[in-house]
Design a protein around this ligand. Structure first.
Ligand SMILES: Nc1ncnc2c1ncn2[C@@H]1O[C@H](COP(=O)(O)OP(=O)(O)OP(=O)(O)O)[C@@H](O)[C@H]1O
Length: 592
């Protein structure tokens, strides 16, 4: 799998770190033997300078190798997390909208943040800990056997019985930890949705209910966390009981053997030190196997994101700067020998287009036909749920039609490179969709090469220049989450300016004037009318006062276009349009 590759890429760093840690472990393992030699020298009244010097050297090597090795392994681990997160975020940001829509946002968030961290542990520190602790255990045992066979057999038997009991505990910890991670992920989902809807929660005075909801999830997470803690709390004492038992037996039997002259006192001291050394690496070895398995499970969860269906971009990592149309880029992108040619003046055509969203029985669009010319103002009106926004989503290719074809200048849009198609479309959604960051960052998102002068021009065009000048840091003023700090109308005008900076051929406005007061609306209407002289502007509008001047109004009902024409024609011929208009104006609006 590609993700495992990431660990391989850090192989050099990891191996160096593990190797150094192993050297440190060997330096530690030899120390009891030197202590024995030191005791023997001191008891025999000989000079112990050599033993003391070697002990100091070994101790220093143990500390330095352990520290540097640990750092290198941690560094490799952090590199792995970074690579993993970049890989996964690239996949998520390039994912097809339907593939993302079917997933829980909290679950995605946990996978990208918490699971990548767990995967780091599996691929770095647990591997290193396992290697050093296995070496410690094997080394201790081997040296114990060298020192005294019978005492070693006795210790191994005692420690083995305890270890078998502990393996059961480690498995139980793993099961509960998996459950705990799921509970934490569920808690994260609830918190995410509450943070996104905090104003609605307040307006509905539902703080109490929502607090109950997040508390319930947090309580579940606490429950499973405590379960992990309870079992983990048993593990070290269980291992300690085994060691104390082994130690007691070693002291009793060892002293007896030393008394009988079967082993020396200094060997007994060294042996006791090895018994003491044995416990901690044994616990660490057991825990690292469990961590490794948990990390592998997390890695699989992260790896599964790699299966999310991605959109087909020509460029491996598309960035706005390559995509914003310049006259040169545009000329190059025009199909030279296009087989299909659009009728003169035609920009977009929907031909018998149908779409049913996943999980829905009723189609959102059915056999929809429409044509958008290269210039002019078009308006899409119709009752709620008629399919107006879906038309935009198909044109942006967030979704592909189940039946029929959408054409761009006579070419099936599925045959165009996505980056070329989207570079030609400006889109302003109902909420403006701003993000945390400065006005400048929001404005130039998708148009990174923009000059300050061009930015002021476009802000002036949407009537936002004075507002931005009055902000404490002007263009560099930092907005809060989702553009908070600006009014709804100002956010929409900033989003409109951002779309205009990309010099689109078609501008899609999904109720983009919905939040404007009549003054701002009049200003924007003037801007839109002048834009429509050089490009196609399509407005979805519930406020029909904004569309009466449109060159064509398309009435959508139940996923079909049931009428096309100017306001005056539709007032005469189209009953639904007349009804929509009369619902908004006390007196039916006179035809133009
Ligand atoms: N992502 C989606 N998944 C499932 N169904 C959807 C999705 N988006 C829209 N729909 C459904 O498709 C139909 C058309 O939706 P669409 O948003 O295009 O209507 P609309 O005319 O823009 O409505 P409104 O004026 O209320 O915004 C509706 O029945 C809606 O519930």
């Amino acid at each position: 799998m590609r993700l495992r590759f990431l660990a391989a890429q850090q192989g050099g760093l990891l191996s160096a770190g593990i190797l150094l840690s192993l050297v440190g472990t060997i330096a530690m393992l030899v120390q009891p033997l030197l202590v024995a030699a030191l005791i023997s020298a001191l008891v025999g009244g000989e000079s112990a300078a050599a033993e003391i010097t070697t002990l100091v050297v070994l101790f220093t090597a143990d500390v330095i190798c352990g520290a540097v090795g640990g750092y290198l392994v941690a560094r490799a681990g952090e590199n792995i997390v970074l690579d993993l997160r970049v890989l996964v975020m690239r996949r998520i940001l390039r994912a097809k909208i339907p593939a993302l829509a079917s997933r829980d946002r909290g679950d995605l968030f946990t996978r990208v943040s918490a699971d990548t961290s767990l995967a780091r542990v599996a691929l770095s520190s647990s591997v290193s800990q396992l290697a050093t602790s296995v070496l410690s255990v094997v080394g201790c045992l081997a040296l114990m056997f060298v020192l005294d066979l019978w005492l070693a057999l006795l210790s191994v038997a005692t420690v083995a019985v305890t270890s078998i009991a502990c393996v059961g505990l480690v498995k139980a910890i793993r099961r509960s930890a998996v459950e705990n991670r799921q509970h934490n992920s569920d808690f994260g989902s609830v918190v995410l949705s509450q943070l996104s809807n905090v104003e609605t929660i307040k307006a509905l005075q539902a703080e109490g209910d929502e607090l109950d909801r997040s508390t319930a999830q947090a309580t579940r997470a606490r429950g499973s966390g405590l379960k992990v803690a309870r079992i983990a709390a048993l593990l070290t004492p269980a291992m300690n009981v085994g060691t104390q038992l082994a130690l007691a037996l070693v002291i009793i039997v060892g002293a007896a053997r030393a008394g009988q002259g079967l082993m020396s006192m200094d060997a007994l001291v060294a042996f006791i030190l090895y018994v003491l050394y044995l416990v901690s690496p044994l616990v660490v070895a057991l825990m690292s196997v469990s961590q490794f398995q948990q990390g592998r499970a997390a890695l699989d969860r992260v790896g599964e994101l790699n299966q999310i269906e991605a959109e087909g971009f020509r460029d491996e990592s598309p960035r706005g700067e390559h995509l914003v149309r310049s006259p040169v880029a545009l000329a190059a992108a025009e199909p030279a020998d296009s087989v299909t040619v659009a009728p003169a003046g035609e920009l977009v055509r929907f031909d018998g287009v149908g779409l049913t969203y996943a999980g829905r029985e009723e189609p959102a669009l059915r056999g929809l036909d429409l044509m958008l010319p290269v210039r002019g103002l078009s308006a899409i009106v119709g009752p709620s749920g008629a399919g107006k926004s879906t038309v935009f989503k198909l044109l942006e290719r967030f979704y592909d039609a189940d039946e029929g074809t959408v054409y761009w200048k006579g070419e099936d849009i599925r045959s165009l490179a996505l980056e070329d198609l989207r570079a030609r479309i400006g889109f302003v959604s109902q909420d403006g969709s701003l993000t945390r960051g400065s006005v400048w960052e929001n404005l130039t998102l998708g148009a990174p090469g923009t000059s300050r002068a061009a930015a002021w021009d476009v802000l002036g065009a949407v009537g936002l220049d004075d507002t931005v000048r009055s902000l404490p840091q002007g263009l560099d003023h930092v907005l809060g989450e989702e553009g908070s700090g600006l009014s709804g109308g100002q956010r929409q005008r900033l989003a409109l300016a951002r779309a205009l900076l990309r010099q689109p051929e078609v501008l899609l406005l999904d109720e983009a004037t919905a939040h404007l007061d009549s003054d701002s609306e009049a200003r924007i209407s003037t801007v839109i009318a002048s834009l429509a002289r050089s490009m196609q502007v399509v407005m979805i509008a519930h406020r029909l006062s904004t569309v009466v001047g449109a060159a064509q109004i398309l009435v959508l009902e139940d996923g079909r276009v049931t009428g096309t024409g100017r306001h005056g024609d539709l007032m005469q011929d189209h009953e639904t349009y007349r009804r929509l208009v009369s619902q908004q104006f006390e007196q039916p609006v006179a035809g133009r």
